[in-house]
Design a protein around this ligand. Structure first.
Ligand code: SF4
Length: 411
Protein backbone atom coordinates (compact mmCIF):
# COMPACT_ATOMS: atom_id res chain seq x y z
CA UNK A 1 0.00 0.00 0.00
CA UNK A 2 1.31 3.42 -0.96
CA UNK A 3 0.55 6.78 0.56
CA UNK A 4 -0.64 9.73 -1.51
CA UNK A 5 -2.55 12.63 0.02
CA UNK A 6 -5.36 13.76 -2.28
CA UNK A 7 -7.39 15.64 0.30
CA UNK A 8 -7.37 19.36 -0.48
CA UNK A 9 -5.79 18.85 -3.90
CA UNK A 10 -8.51 20.67 -5.88
CA UNK A 11 -7.07 22.97 -8.48
CA UNK A 12 -3.60 21.53 -8.11
CA UNK A 13 -1.98 18.66 -9.94
CA UNK A 14 0.07 16.41 -7.71
CA UNK A 15 2.98 15.09 -9.74
CA UNK A 16 3.07 11.87 -7.74
CA UNK A 17 4.05 8.84 -9.77
CA UNK A 18 3.61 5.55 -7.99
CA UNK A 19 5.75 2.45 -8.52
CA UNK A 20 4.31 0.39 -11.35
CA UNK A 21 2.92 -2.92 -10.11
CA UNK A 22 0.56 -3.91 -12.94
CA UNK A 23 0.98 -3.79 -16.70
CA UNK A 24 -2.02 -4.55 -18.90
CA UNK A 25 -1.30 -5.50 -22.51
CA UNK A 26 -3.97 -5.98 -25.17
CA UNK A 27 -2.61 -8.63 -27.57
CA UNK A 28 -5.83 -8.36 -29.61
CA UNK A 29 -9.21 -6.70 -29.00
CA UNK A 30 -10.90 -9.75 -30.55
CA UNK A 31 -13.00 -12.13 -28.49
CA UNK A 32 -14.38 -15.44 -29.75
CA UNK A 33 -17.57 -15.11 -27.67
CA UNK A 34 -20.06 -12.29 -27.15
CA UNK A 35 -21.15 -11.72 -23.53
CA UNK A 36 -24.06 -9.31 -23.39
CA UNK A 37 -22.48 -7.16 -20.65
CA UNK A 38 -19.04 -6.81 -22.29
CA UNK A 39 -17.54 -3.29 -22.17
CA UNK A 40 -15.19 -3.80 -25.13
CA UNK A 41 -16.44 -1.98 -28.23
CA UNK A 42 -14.13 -3.65 -30.79
CA UNK A 43 -14.36 -7.32 -29.86
CA UNK A 44 -14.84 -8.29 -33.53
CA UNK A 45 -11.59 -6.58 -34.48
CA UNK A 46 -8.98 -9.28 -35.22
CA UNK A 47 -5.96 -6.95 -35.14
CA UNK A 48 -2.98 -8.50 -33.39
CA UNK A 49 -0.17 -6.72 -31.63
CA UNK A 50 3.10 -6.87 -33.57
CA UNK A 51 6.32 -8.06 -31.97
CA UNK A 52 7.74 -4.67 -32.87
CA UNK A 53 5.12 -3.13 -30.56
CA UNK A 54 5.99 -5.58 -27.80
CA UNK A 55 9.66 -4.57 -28.08
CA UNK A 56 8.67 -0.90 -27.95
CA UNK A 57 6.51 -1.52 -24.86
CA UNK A 58 9.45 -3.12 -23.08
CA UNK A 59 11.68 -0.23 -24.16
CA UNK A 60 9.08 2.22 -22.82
CA UNK A 61 8.97 0.30 -19.54
CA UNK A 62 12.73 0.69 -19.16
CA UNK A 63 12.02 4.39 -18.67
CA UNK A 64 9.55 3.88 -15.81
CA UNK A 65 10.70 5.71 -12.69
CA UNK A 66 10.05 2.94 -10.17
CA UNK A 67 8.66 -0.58 -10.18
CA UNK A 68 7.22 -2.81 -7.52
CA UNK A 69 9.56 -5.80 -7.04
CA UNK A 70 7.08 -8.10 -8.80
CA UNK A 71 5.08 -6.78 -11.74
CA UNK A 72 1.91 -8.51 -12.91
CA UNK A 73 1.73 -8.49 -16.69
CA UNK A 74 -1.88 -9.22 -17.63
CA UNK A 75 -2.67 -10.10 -21.25
CA UNK A 76 -6.19 -8.87 -21.39
CA UNK A 77 -8.84 -6.54 -22.96
CA UNK A 78 -9.88 -9.21 -25.50
CA UNK A 79 -9.61 -13.00 -25.32
CA UNK A 80 -5.87 -13.66 -24.96
CA UNK A 81 -6.00 -17.25 -26.25
CA UNK A 82 -7.03 -16.14 -29.76
CA UNK A 83 -3.37 -15.16 -30.22
CA UNK A 84 -0.95 -18.07 -30.83
CA UNK A 85 1.50 -19.40 -28.28
CA UNK A 86 4.40 -18.48 -30.59
CA UNK A 87 3.51 -14.80 -30.04
CA UNK A 88 3.59 -15.15 -26.25
CA UNK A 89 6.80 -17.17 -26.32
CA UNK A 90 8.56 -14.33 -28.12
CA UNK A 91 6.77 -11.63 -26.08
CA UNK A 92 7.67 -13.20 -22.71
CA UNK A 93 11.31 -13.35 -23.82
CA UNK A 94 11.16 -9.59 -24.53
CA UNK A 95 9.64 -8.87 -21.11
CA UNK A 96 12.34 -10.99 -19.45
CA UNK A 97 14.81 -8.24 -20.40
CA UNK A 98 13.26 -6.16 -17.61
CA UNK A 99 15.19 -8.31 -15.14
CA UNK A 100 18.04 -5.90 -15.95
CA UNK A 101 15.93 -3.33 -14.05
CA UNK A 102 15.50 -5.79 -11.17
CA UNK A 103 11.91 -6.49 -12.19
CA UNK A 104 10.33 -9.93 -12.04
CA UNK A 105 7.38 -10.22 -14.42
CA UNK A 106 4.57 -12.64 -13.64
CA UNK A 107 2.43 -13.19 -16.71
CA UNK A 108 -1.33 -13.62 -16.43
CA UNK A 109 -4.16 -14.61 -18.74
CA UNK A 110 -7.73 -13.58 -18.00
CA UNK A 111 -9.57 -15.99 -20.27
CA UNK A 112 -13.11 -17.14 -21.01
CA UNK A 113 -11.75 -20.69 -20.92
CA UNK A 114 -13.38 -21.91 -24.12
CA UNK A 115 -10.11 -22.18 -26.09
CA UNK A 116 -8.02 -23.95 -23.44
CA UNK A 117 -6.32 -27.09 -24.75
CA UNK A 118 -3.68 -29.42 -23.33
CA UNK A 119 -1.08 -27.53 -25.35
CA UNK A 120 -2.15 -24.26 -23.67
CA UNK A 121 -1.97 -25.93 -20.26
CA UNK A 122 1.54 -27.08 -21.04
CA UNK A 123 2.48 -23.52 -22.03
CA UNK A 124 0.93 -22.00 -18.90
CA UNK A 125 2.76 -24.46 -16.68
CA UNK A 126 6.05 -23.94 -18.49
CA UNK A 127 5.80 -20.17 -17.88
CA UNK A 128 4.37 -20.41 -14.34
CA UNK A 129 1.49 -18.17 -15.33
CA UNK A 130 -1.39 -16.91 -13.22
CA UNK A 131 -4.72 -17.88 -14.75
CA UNK A 132 -8.03 -16.13 -14.24
CA UNK A 133 -11.07 -17.93 -15.64
CA UNK A 134 -14.32 -16.10 -16.30
CA UNK A 135 -17.32 -18.24 -15.34
CA UNK A 136 -20.50 -16.80 -13.85
CA UNK A 137 -21.67 -19.76 -11.79
CA UNK A 138 -23.71 -22.78 -12.88
CA UNK A 139 -25.08 -23.04 -16.46
CA UNK A 140 -28.41 -21.58 -15.35
CA UNK A 141 -26.67 -18.29 -14.50
CA UNK A 142 -23.64 -18.34 -16.82
CA UNK A 143 -25.51 -19.10 -20.06
CA UNK A 144 -27.93 -16.19 -19.65
CA UNK A 145 -25.21 -13.70 -20.41
CA UNK A 146 -22.06 -15.46 -21.62
CA UNK A 147 -23.07 -16.58 -25.10
CA UNK A 148 -21.25 -17.15 -28.38
CA UNK A 149 -22.11 -15.31 -31.59
CA UNK A 150 -24.77 -17.91 -32.42
CA UNK A 151 -26.54 -17.14 -29.15
CA UNK A 152 -25.49 -20.43 -27.55
CA UNK A 153 -24.39 -20.58 -23.92
CA UNK A 154 -20.67 -21.19 -23.32
CA UNK A 155 -20.85 -22.86 -19.91
CA UNK A 156 -19.90 -26.38 -21.05
CA UNK A 157 -16.94 -25.10 -23.06
CA UNK A 158 -15.70 -22.90 -20.19
CA UNK A 159 -16.02 -25.75 -17.70
CA UNK A 160 -14.16 -28.09 -20.10
CA UNK A 161 -11.32 -25.55 -19.96
CA UNK A 162 -11.49 -25.49 -16.15
CA UNK A 163 -11.30 -29.28 -16.04
CA UNK A 164 -8.27 -29.33 -18.34
CA UNK A 165 -6.51 -26.81 -16.09
CA UNK A 166 -7.31 -28.89 -13.01
CA UNK A 167 -6.16 -32.10 -14.72
CA UNK A 168 -2.87 -30.39 -15.62
CA UNK A 169 -2.36 -29.29 -12.03
CA UNK A 170 -2.65 -25.58 -12.89
CA UNK A 171 -4.15 -23.48 -10.15
CA UNK A 172 -6.56 -20.84 -11.33
CA UNK A 173 -8.87 -18.24 -9.92
CA UNK A 174 -12.45 -17.82 -11.11
CA UNK A 175 -13.91 -14.40 -11.87
CA UNK A 176 -17.69 -14.13 -11.95
CA UNK A 177 -19.74 -11.17 -13.07
CA UNK A 178 -22.72 -10.53 -10.84
CA UNK A 179 -25.96 -9.65 -12.58
CA UNK A 180 -29.28 -9.34 -10.84
CA UNK A 181 -29.93 -13.00 -11.78
CA UNK A 182 -26.95 -14.24 -9.76
CA UNK A 183 -27.60 -11.87 -6.84
CA UNK A 184 -31.00 -13.50 -6.48
CA UNK A 185 -29.50 -17.00 -6.28
CA UNK A 186 -26.54 -17.08 -3.88
CA UNK A 187 -27.59 -20.64 -3.02
CA UNK A 188 -26.91 -21.77 -6.61
CA UNK A 189 -23.54 -20.02 -6.61
CA UNK A 190 -22.49 -21.66 -3.32
CA UNK A 191 -23.59 -25.12 -4.51
CA UNK A 192 -21.67 -24.65 -7.73
CA UNK A 193 -18.48 -23.55 -5.93
CA UNK A 194 -18.73 -26.61 -3.71
CA UNK A 195 -19.51 -29.07 -6.51
CA UNK A 196 -16.70 -27.81 -8.74
CA UNK A 197 -14.15 -27.67 -5.92
CA UNK A 198 -13.35 -24.01 -6.66
CA UNK A 199 -10.90 -22.63 -4.11
CA UNK A 200 -10.44 -19.05 -5.33
CA UNK A 201 -13.12 -16.78 -6.74
CA UNK A 202 -13.78 -13.06 -7.17
CA UNK A 203 -17.02 -11.31 -8.06
CA UNK A 204 -17.18 -8.26 -10.32
CA UNK A 205 -20.42 -6.38 -10.70
CA UNK A 206 -22.10 -5.86 -14.08
CA UNK A 207 -20.67 -2.41 -14.62
CA UNK A 208 -21.95 0.40 -16.80
CA UNK A 209 -18.76 0.90 -18.74
CA UNK A 210 -17.44 1.39 -22.27
CA UNK A 211 -19.80 -0.24 -24.76
CA UNK A 212 -22.14 -1.51 -22.02
CA UNK A 213 -24.45 1.39 -21.29
CA UNK A 214 -26.88 -0.18 -18.81
CA UNK A 215 -26.78 -2.68 -15.96
CA UNK A 216 -29.31 -5.01 -14.42
CA UNK A 217 -27.90 -3.74 -11.11
CA UNK A 218 -29.00 -0.15 -11.69
CA UNK A 219 -32.34 -0.76 -9.94
CA UNK A 220 -33.13 0.18 -6.34
CA UNK A 221 -33.30 -3.44 -5.17
CA UNK A 222 -29.66 -4.20 -6.10
CA UNK A 223 -28.23 -2.97 -2.79
CA UNK A 224 -30.41 -5.27 -0.67
CA UNK A 225 -29.73 -8.20 -3.02
CA UNK A 226 -25.99 -7.53 -2.97
CA UNK A 227 -26.04 -7.40 0.83
CA UNK A 228 -27.92 -10.68 1.02
CA UNK A 229 -25.62 -12.30 -1.53
CA UNK A 230 -22.43 -11.53 0.39
CA UNK A 231 -23.98 -12.32 3.76
CA UNK A 232 -24.79 -15.78 2.37
CA UNK A 233 -21.33 -16.19 0.91
CA UNK A 234 -19.73 -15.17 4.18
CA UNK A 235 -21.70 -17.87 6.00
CA UNK A 236 -20.62 -20.31 3.28
CA UNK A 237 -16.92 -19.56 3.93
CA UNK A 238 -17.37 -20.40 7.59
CA UNK A 239 -18.14 -24.01 6.65
CA UNK A 240 -15.80 -23.96 3.63
CA UNK A 241 -12.63 -22.25 4.89
CA UNK A 242 -10.67 -23.65 1.93
CA UNK A 243 -12.59 -21.30 -0.41
CA UNK A 244 -11.00 -17.88 -0.88
CA UNK A 245 -13.57 -15.29 -1.87
CA UNK A 246 -11.64 -12.22 -3.00
CA UNK A 247 -14.16 -9.64 -1.79
CA UNK A 248 -14.38 -11.18 1.67
CA UNK A 249 -10.62 -11.58 2.13
CA UNK A 250 -9.74 -8.14 0.73
CA UNK A 251 -12.43 -6.23 2.62
CA UNK A 252 -11.49 -8.00 5.86
CA UNK A 253 -7.84 -7.02 5.36
CA UNK A 254 -8.79 -3.43 4.60
CA UNK A 255 -11.09 -3.12 7.58
CA UNK A 256 -8.75 -4.71 10.08
CA UNK A 257 -5.48 -3.13 8.93
CA UNK A 258 -3.63 -0.95 11.46
CA UNK A 259 -4.81 2.66 11.51
CA UNK A 260 -1.27 3.76 10.62
CA UNK A 261 -1.49 1.92 7.29
CA UNK A 262 -2.91 4.13 4.52
CA UNK A 263 -4.62 2.81 1.43
CA UNK A 264 -4.23 4.12 -2.11
CA UNK A 265 -6.43 2.98 -4.93
CA UNK A 266 -4.15 2.01 -7.84
CA UNK A 267 -6.90 2.84 -10.34
CA UNK A 268 -6.61 6.54 -9.64
CA UNK A 269 -2.88 6.70 -8.91
CA UNK A 270 -0.64 7.71 -11.80
CA UNK A 271 1.73 4.96 -12.87
CA UNK A 272 0.52 2.22 -10.58
CA UNK A 273 -1.19 0.50 -13.52
CA UNK A 274 0.13 1.01 -17.07
CA UNK A 275 -2.11 -0.03 -19.94
CA UNK A 276 -1.00 -0.68 -23.54
CA UNK A 277 -3.50 -1.17 -26.33
CA UNK A 278 -3.01 -3.34 -29.42
CA UNK A 279 -1.62 -0.39 -31.39
CA UNK A 280 0.91 0.66 -28.76
CA UNK A 281 -1.01 3.54 -27.17
CA UNK A 282 -0.34 4.03 -23.47
CA UNK A 283 -2.75 4.80 -20.67
CA UNK A 284 -2.78 4.64 -16.87
CA UNK A 285 -5.48 4.48 -14.14
CA UNK A 286 -8.47 2.16 -14.88
CA UNK A 287 -7.58 -0.32 -17.66
CA UNK A 288 -11.07 0.14 -19.16
CA UNK A 289 -10.12 3.71 -20.16
CA UNK A 290 -8.34 2.17 -23.16
CA UNK A 291 -11.73 1.30 -24.61
CA UNK A 292 -13.63 4.50 -23.87
CA UNK A 293 -14.25 7.14 -26.54
CA UNK A 294 -12.83 10.60 -25.76
CA UNK A 295 -14.96 13.71 -25.24
CA UNK A 296 -14.43 17.38 -25.99
CA UNK A 297 -13.00 17.92 -22.48
CA UNK A 298 -11.11 14.62 -22.19
CA UNK A 299 -9.60 14.57 -25.63
CA UNK A 300 -7.84 11.27 -25.13
CA UNK A 301 -7.56 8.53 -22.53
CA UNK A 302 -4.14 7.56 -23.91
CA UNK A 303 -1.26 9.95 -23.48
CA UNK A 304 1.65 8.42 -25.37
CA UNK A 305 2.63 5.98 -28.08
CA UNK A 306 5.38 3.46 -27.40
CA UNK A 307 7.23 4.07 -30.67
CA UNK A 308 7.27 7.86 -30.32
CA UNK A 309 7.25 8.83 -26.66
CA UNK A 310 9.11 8.02 -23.49
CA UNK A 311 7.81 7.64 -19.95
CA UNK A 312 8.68 11.16 -18.80
CA UNK A 313 6.78 12.65 -21.77
CA UNK A 314 3.86 10.41 -20.87
CA UNK A 315 3.87 11.63 -17.25
CA UNK A 316 4.08 15.25 -18.37
CA UNK A 317 1.08 14.83 -20.67
CA UNK A 318 -1.00 13.03 -18.04
CA UNK A 319 -0.31 15.61 -15.34
CA UNK A 320 -1.04 18.42 -17.79
CA UNK A 321 -4.38 16.99 -18.87
CA UNK A 322 -7.90 18.13 -17.98
CA UNK A 323 -8.57 14.53 -17.04
CA UNK A 324 -5.89 14.54 -14.36
CA UNK A 325 -7.06 17.87 -13.01
CA UNK A 326 -10.64 16.57 -12.79
CA UNK A 327 -9.53 13.29 -11.29
CA UNK A 328 -7.84 15.16 -8.43
CA UNK A 329 -11.06 17.13 -7.87
CA UNK A 330 -13.13 13.91 -7.78
CA UNK A 331 -10.79 12.07 -5.42
CA UNK A 332 -10.59 15.09 -3.12
CA UNK A 333 -14.41 15.28 -3.07
CA UNK A 334 -14.52 11.59 -2.14
CA UNK A 335 -11.96 12.19 0.62
CA UNK A 336 -13.99 15.08 1.99
CA UNK A 337 -17.50 13.72 1.67
CA UNK A 338 -17.45 9.94 1.73
CA UNK A 339 -17.19 7.98 4.95
CA UNK A 340 -15.82 4.99 3.02
CA UNK A 341 -12.81 6.82 1.60
CA UNK A 342 -10.46 4.98 3.97
CA UNK A 343 -11.38 1.65 2.37
CA UNK A 344 -11.91 2.89 -1.18
CA UNK A 345 -9.38 5.59 -1.94
CA UNK A 346 -11.73 7.55 -4.19
CA UNK A 347 -13.00 5.01 -6.70
CA UNK A 348 -12.17 4.07 -10.25
CA UNK A 349 -12.11 6.81 -12.92
CA UNK A 350 -13.39 4.28 -15.49
CA UNK A 351 -16.60 3.87 -13.48
CA UNK A 352 -16.93 7.56 -12.68
CA UNK A 353 -16.56 8.65 -16.27
CA UNK A 354 -18.85 5.92 -17.66
CA UNK A 355 -21.60 6.51 -15.11
CA UNK A 356 -21.33 10.23 -14.43
CA UNK A 357 -19.77 11.55 -17.66
CA UNK A 358 -17.00 13.19 -15.61
CA UNK A 359 -14.35 12.14 -13.11
CA UNK A 360 -15.03 15.08 -10.80
CA UNK A 361 -17.97 13.20 -9.20
CA UNK A 362 -18.15 10.81 -6.32
CA UNK A 363 -20.68 8.02 -5.90
CA UNK A 364 -21.36 5.50 -8.68
CA UNK A 365 -23.54 2.41 -8.84
CA UNK A 366 -20.37 0.34 -8.78
CA UNK A 367 -18.94 1.89 -5.62
CA UNK A 368 -22.33 1.79 -3.92
CA UNK A 369 -22.27 -1.99 -4.29
CA UNK A 370 -18.61 -3.02 -4.39
CA UNK A 371 -17.45 -0.66 -1.66
CA UNK A 372 -20.25 0.71 0.49
CA UNK A 373 -22.56 -2.29 0.65
CA UNK A 374 -19.77 -4.85 0.84
CA UNK A 375 -17.96 -2.95 3.61
CA UNK A 376 -21.20 -2.61 5.56
CA UNK A 377 -21.77 -6.36 5.34
CA UNK A 378 -18.23 -7.16 6.39
CA UNK A 379 -17.99 -4.53 9.11
CA UNK A 380 -21.23 -5.90 10.52
CA UNK A 381 -20.13 -9.51 10.63
CA UNK A 382 -16.69 -8.64 11.97
CA UNK A 383 -18.15 -6.51 14.74
CA UNK A 384 -20.54 -9.30 15.68
CA UNK A 385 -17.47 -11.52 15.92
CA UNK A 386 -15.82 -9.07 18.29
CA UNK A 387 -13.49 -7.26 15.87
CA UNK A 388 -13.23 -3.46 15.83
CA UNK A 389 -13.76 -3.11 12.12
CA UNK A 390 -15.26 0.35 12.06
CA UNK A 391 -12.05 2.34 12.34
CA UNK A 392 -11.52 2.96 8.62
CA UNK A 393 -15.16 3.92 7.97
CA UNK A 394 -16.09 7.34 9.25
CA UNK A 395 -19.41 7.67 11.02
CA UNK A 396 -19.95 3.98 11.67
CA UNK A 397 -21.42 2.89 14.98
CA UNK A 398 -19.08 3.22 17.97
CA UNK A 399 -16.78 0.34 18.60
CA UNK A 400 -17.75 -2.59 20.73
CA UNK A 401 -15.52 -1.36 23.54
CA UNK A 402 -17.25 2.00 23.50
CA UNK A 403 -20.67 0.35 23.54
CA UNK A 404 -19.69 -1.81 26.49
CA UNK A 405 -18.61 1.34 28.36
CA UNK A 406 -22.03 2.93 27.86
CA UNK A 407 -24.84 2.47 30.43
CA UNK A 408 -27.04 -0.52 29.60
CA UNK A 409 -30.68 -0.20 28.68
CA UNK A 410 -30.36 2.43 25.95
CA UNK A 411 -32.25 2.17 22.67
S1 SF4 B 1 -17.13 4.65 -2.11
FE1 SF4 B 1 -17.65 5.88 -3.93
S2 SF4 B 1 -18.09 7.92 -3.13
FE2 SF4 B 1 -16.94 6.78 -1.54
S3 SF4 B 1 -14.75 7.22 -1.80
FE3 SF4 B 1 -15.26 5.43 -3.02
S4 SF4 B 1 -15.77 6.19 -5.08
FE4 SF4 B 1 -15.90 7.91 -3.66
Amino acid sequence: MWLVMWSGMEGRRPAVVLPTSTVIVQPSPFCNIDCDYCYLPARLDRTRMSMESVRSIVQFLFGVTEFAPVVDVAWHAGEPLVVPRSFYRAAFAEFARLSDRGVRCVHQFQTNGTLITEAWCEFMREHTMLIGLSIDGPAELHDRHRKDRYGRGTFNRAMAGAKLLAKSGIEFSVTSVLTVDSLMRPDLVCDWIEECGITSIGFNVEEIEGAHLTSTLAGDDATALYRQFFSTLYEFTKTHPEVRIREIVDSRNLLLRPTSCSFVNGENALGSILNFDVNGRVSTFSPELLSIAPTSRYRSFTWAHVTEDDFSTFVERVTGSAFYEDLAVGVAACARECEYFGVCGGGAPGNKFSELGTVTGTETMTCRLRVKTLMDVMAGVLEREGEQSHRHIRGRAPSRQQRVAEPHGRG
